[in-house]
Ligand binder design. Structure first.
Ligand code: ZN
Length: 68
């Protein structure tokens, strides 16, 4: 539900998001949990944190952002 299919422009930390591959400026987004059993076992801090993926609407390149 509430799926976001339309590609849109986004700004990250005051910078307009642009695909590093094809320079397209419209992306779709999804949230991904950075969660693997191995990472949790090793005590890596960012395990179990959520990342935001921005997927280029033109070439499909995926950018990953973690909550600071
Ligand atoms: Zn692209």
């Amino acid at each position: 539900m509430n799926k976001q299919k339309e590609a849109a422009e986004y700004t990250v930390s005051g910078h307009k998001l642009e695909c590093p591959v094809c320079h397209h400026t419209k992306f779709t987004t999804r949230r991904t949990l950075m969660n693997t059993a191995g990472m949790t076992f090793l005590g890596i801090e960012w395990a179990n944190r959520e990342a935001t993926n921005y997927i280029c609407g033109k070439c499909g390149y995926v950018m990953w952002f973690m909550e600071p």
